[in-house]
Design a protein around this ligand. Sequence first.
Ligand SMILES: [Zn+2]
Length: 837
Amino acid sequence: MKIKLLFAAFFCALFFANAQTNKDLADKYLKKRGELAFTFTANNIHEVKKLSSIISFDHGQNRNNPLTINAIANKKNFNKFLEFNLPFTVNKKLNEPKKVKMYDTKNNVNAKATAYTLTFPLNAYPTYADYAQQMADFANDNPTIAQLVNIGQSVNGKDLLFIKLSDNVGTHEQEPRLLLTSSMHGDEIAGYPMMLSLIDFLITAYNDVANPRHTEIKNLVDNSEIWINPMANPDGTFYGSATYTTVSGARRANANAIDLNRNYPDPKDGPNPDGNAYQVETLAFMSMADSYHFVIGANFHGGAVVVNYPWDTWTAAEGYHADDDWYQFISREYATNAQLDSPSGYMTYLNNGITHGATWYRVAGGRQDYMNYDKHVRELTIELSDVKLIPEAEIQNHWNYNRDALIDFFKEGIYGFTGLVKDASTGNPIKAKITIVGRDDQVNSRNSWVETELPIGDYYRPIKAGTYDILYEADCYQPYTLTNQTITDLQTIVLADVLLTPVTATTPINFVTSSITNTTATIGWDDAGVSSYDIQYRVSGSSTWINTSSVTNSLDLTGLTASTTYEYQVRSICNSSTSNYSTSTTFTTLAVNYCAAAGNSIVDEFISNVQLGGIDNNSLASTTSGYSDYTSSVIFPDLNLNSTNNTISVTKNWTGTSYTEAVAVWIDFNKDGTFDVSEMVFDDPSSTTTPVVSPNFTIPGTAVLGTTRMRVIMKYYGGAGSNITDPCENTFSYGEVEDYTVNIVDTTLGIEDEILNTFQLYPNPVSSGEITLKMPNDIYEFTVTISNMFGQKVYVEDVKTITNNKHTINTNAIKTGIYLVTINTDLGKATKKLVIQ
Ligand SMILES: [Zn+2]
């Protein structure tokens, strides 16, 4: 009986195992591991391209079958893949890696949470506790050459640790920074124990004068600053182990199931190319790269065995890196070193162990391109093993295969041109850009130049053998070119200090005014090689300049008045030196020519009153012709953007008989000088029964802020029910046209704006003298602008400090009239009306 039952159970299990579809397996692994490794074959290259930005293509793609892709996805992205309706297979092996042994006195598969002291080279995987303890020990036991640097924490709060190695490790000296980090893909961990063994090897050889490699390693460590991070994604590496004691469940992504090597800004696709927020691990690495300038770097992965050099995002057709020859040289050097120290076949993949990234498969959001493009770091991606989670017995072998390659890789960061750039008069180091002429300035050189780092002013330019002209540039200094500098491979050339001559700020020349409209213009001038420019402009002949500044040699002027001649002057600024202002350059804004419209006769009828927002323009006595221009004499209340309840009322006046009059109103919302059909706010058909028409109208959200023209037409029709359609009828028989100026404002207030609006302005009206602005508490810095009703700025002041919340402005130079006073702070802005009498 028992045997029969066993057989039945066996066949049952077999049956169910066979019935388990790829989709079942996918669901199972996604549930268990939060990510899935699978293989599919796309129909065409377009599909491959689309999918490459949805799921992660894995290392180790087969170039002979480019449409067959090994991929990894989290649940969300796998669901997106399913929408393509492509068949796929799920390989159990890839999703259930073989269990590996952890470092422990008993070499258990499941190690204890206690930290064990490690012995090197490693032959098992350290637990997180072993690792953290060992990293601390490296620094504690060797305080003069080793320092523990913690750049931040993973999603689950595990430290992202580096060991920094150098002589005088606590001081940054004139030495290149070299960077190694491993296992940002949590399950690609051959590099994790390898980096620990490397740190141990460097320290041991450095400390022991009898070590056969002592002199070589001491030279390396004394002349560089080495940064090594063995574990860039601890939550992925220890996935599934709550105690962080086994790597057997390691997965690629971080704790949020995000692939960290798709999570960086991409030089081609821009920020957040994977559609995910930058992860805390990514942010920590980006912040480190902002703080420290690295010369070369390598990023260790697995799943293939090959050295991958930039670019990952740009294909060969889009252009190689300007230093492609050097990249191939150091990649080949690494692969050859690894081949020499390993059994035949290791690191021979693709082009005998090396590949251009995107030629293999394109990656967007990878760290390699981010470091190269954004940070000018020469970074490689090095794939260490075909099996991502190598068995513990292979750990020491892989260390041996790569040890010499790693040491020689470090040396490549010391080779090249190096030196200091200083100010010729003070001798102080300066921030300068170093360009290899004909290389870094080519089309598609893509940021291959390097720059000095302060406070030392040192630079490092690894480069392939050749003879080069080197251009040194810095703001406010004369550029300098060092010509005919010859270097061989594997050579360091320390160039003499480059002393750049500071330039005295010279008055800008060759002004060009372009893109002139009725309210804007762009002004430009020759680049004076300085750090910034002051610009002053005004209506030609006016007494008050409006001051502003720019860090580039052009500026957009806005808020100008139509048909007005402006003058502007520019001066340049270099540190403590400021040039004279240039002589004035003038330009005239375009006219806004509204079409003419008028009635021919006002004998029998005309508009006697227009009321908007409670303000009347009673024109009964003043109407003298079929056209009246009130654009500069009538001030209606401001109209709010998006407001729906504005009421305008127009009164028809008959001198005798009541005739059938139509009324229409337009507002030029987009300020283009034309009354478009969509800008008609009201159209009342001809009638005699409504002598006062008072409709509501809406200010569209698309209206341009500021003052614009409103046209009111009243026109006689020989019968009831006719509508006015033409805002430009000049002339029609009977009736009148009146033009007005209205001001459109945005009063959508946030809490900050509400607070800002409590600012006071007095006296108001003011009789051409001092006004006081009383500001809300805690507002000390703001810009105050006074504009007339046409939006023309007549006064601008940057206020940096105020006393007792008060600031005074002298209005003597401003003509009498109605103005808008705007205060602009970093919290928002607020505006009040000011009358100057
Ligand atoms: Zn990887």
